[in-house]
Ligand binder design. Structure first.
Ligand SMILES: [Zn+2]
Length: 495
């Protein structure tokens, strides 16, 4: 019987920093787009939601109809034509396939914006529901940084999010959603979902699930579904504070087997617990002003036996130059600045070729807040199109394509530039260029939480520097227009 069950799968992902002037185009999405059965070949066995969907479908003996998987990382809003394009791709395929499919597995981020939409993920989900009708099971897998309210998830039968940041459980999240779909189709469960919001926003760097007290809430959420067979799944979502939207911030989503009251009370209790700890969850004082952070890091680096990380955490496009400029001015040596997003410099270096020295205006071009380009003389150590299969715990098995790239020597600083914004989170930005991370005294990173899986054990210390970029520690400094300040911490109590 089950061999005739057929599941449609689609993914459309972007985390939008809605303050950035740049919009994310169709071409930006197409850079990391896979269609049809190629999705099975590319994602099977990887730590991705799509990989998890495939696992669950193969476990259950389901046939699969993979439609599209595209993701553009974290950058500005999706251009409206890009939203329309992918909505059309997904809805056209579902409409055509509807008589022949039994369920849908959908992978969205949950923090996309477009210039005209504050919850395009909800809009896609609503379109999917109308395309497949009211009775077909639709399971939704979201990023832990999704901004949600009741309407965002209402059209899905059940919603699942990553439990951890770093997102080491992306594949597992796909499997949770896929297995729930299998149980639903077998008639073993009838999922219902509830959501509650504690009214809290935190900078992304404070969404790391290794931090207290957040870790306690994640552990509680996992224990709930482990200890109570009626609770199918619980996710604590941290939200994404750099998308200016009405449903910004934390939420708790609970999926139970047919028990609406249990789902609601469980979500409400966890949410109330988070609200009670709001002043411990949002503590903007963790970052040092840049000069102080640099002095501290350089002091440590003199005697450390492992690299010291300077975290330029407020950077949102991987192109901030506040730290790089300071390093150049101070003539720092044995320092690495991996994966600076700078398509112009990557292209110029590829044109000039390895072995040559050229003048470049490095980084800082995405927005005035990024710090502006740093004028340098750069020796090109390597240049070309860089693709590889990720080796770190989060990107393991993932196909990574940073576009044109170059490895540069700028005085005593080793800089790699990429054509596609890619956050350095593991050792691949070194390994894939024939470098060894431990050979550097100082490493500049820009990741918020994902780097911790590799760099917490690797680094001598992580020194967090605050800069005036679009992802600051102090949320009160951002020009929000859509966030409901009167019901959201910190605005309602500290603003
Ligand atoms: Zn995330």
């Amino acid at each position: 019987m089950e061999s005739s069950v057929r599941i449609a799968m689609a993914g459309f992902n972007l985390e939008s920093v809605s303050f950035l002037p740049e919009v994310t185009s169709i071409a930006d999405f197409q850079h990391n787009e896979t269609r049809g059965n190629e999705i099975l070949r590319r994602f099977r066995g990887s730590n991705t939601v799509m990989g998890g969907f495939i696992d669950a479908c193969e476990e259950a003996g389901f046939d699969m109809l993979p439609i599209v998987m595209t993701e553009a990382g974290a950058r500005g809003s999706a251009a409206d034509p890009a939203f329309d394009h992918y909505a059309d791709v997904i809805i056209t395929a579902l409409t055509a396939a509807r008589p022949d499919i039994d369920g849908v597995l959908l992978h969205l981020h949950g923090a996309m914006t477009t210039p005209t939409r504050t919850d395009p993920d909800r809009d896609i989900l609503e379109m999917v529901r109308s395309a497949v009708g009211p009775d077909m099971p639709v399971m939704l897998a979201l990023d832990y940084h999704a901004n949600l309210d009741a309407a965002s998830i209402a059209p899905a039968n059940a919603t699942f999010g990553y439990h951890y940041s770093p997102h080491v459980d992306m594949g597992e999240t796909g499997r949770r959603a896929g297995r729930c779909l299998a149980r639903t189709l077998r008639g073993d469960v009838a999922p219902v979902t509830a959501i509650a919001k504690p009214g809290i926003m935190v900078p992304s760097i404070l969404s790391a699930t290794s931090l207290h007290p957040l870790r306690d809430f994640v552990e509680r959420s996992l224990a709930l579904s482990r200890d109570n067979p009626a609770i199918i799944d619980v996710t604590v979502f941290a939200g994404f504070s750099y998308a200016d939207v009405p449903n910004c911030g934390f939420s708790v989503v609970v999926v139970t087997d047919g028990d609406v009251a249990l789902a609601e009370s469980t979500a409400r209790d966890l949410s109330a617990g988070l609200h009670a700890k709001r002043t411990d969850l949002y503590k903007p004082g963790f970052a040092r002003p840049l000069p102080e952070a640099l002095d501290h890091a350089l002091g440590l680096a003199r005697s450390a036996t492992a690299p010291v990380v300077i975290l330029e955490h407020a950077d949102r496009m991987n192109d901030s130059t506040h730290v790089l400029r300071a390093l150049v001015e101070r003539n720092v040596t044995r320092a690495a600045v991996p994966y600076l997003y700078d398509p112009e410099s990557a292209e110029a270096a590829c044109k000039a070729g390895a072995g040559n020295t050229i003048r470049l205006r490095l980084g800082g071009k995405s927005d005035a807040r990024a710090g502006g380009p740093v004028e340098v003389e750069a020796e090109i150590l390597w240049a070309g199109h860089k693709t590889y299969v990720g080796t770190g715990p989060m990107r393991k098995g993932n196909h990574v394509d940073v576009g044109l790239a170059a490895l540069l020597r700028v005085g005593g600083i080793t800089v790699s530039v990429t054509q596609v914004p890619t956050t350095a989170i593991d050792e691949d930005p070194f390994i894939q260029f024939g470098l060894e991370a431990r050979d550097f005294d100082l490493v500049v990173l820009r990741s918020k939480t994902h780097f911790r899986a590799v760099w917490e054990p690797l680094a001598a210390e992580i020194v967090i520097a605050d800069t005036p970029d679009w992802g600051p520690a102090d949320l009160l400094t951002l020009p929000y227009r859509h966030v409901p300040r009167d019901t959201t911490y910190p605005f309602n109590e500290l603003g």
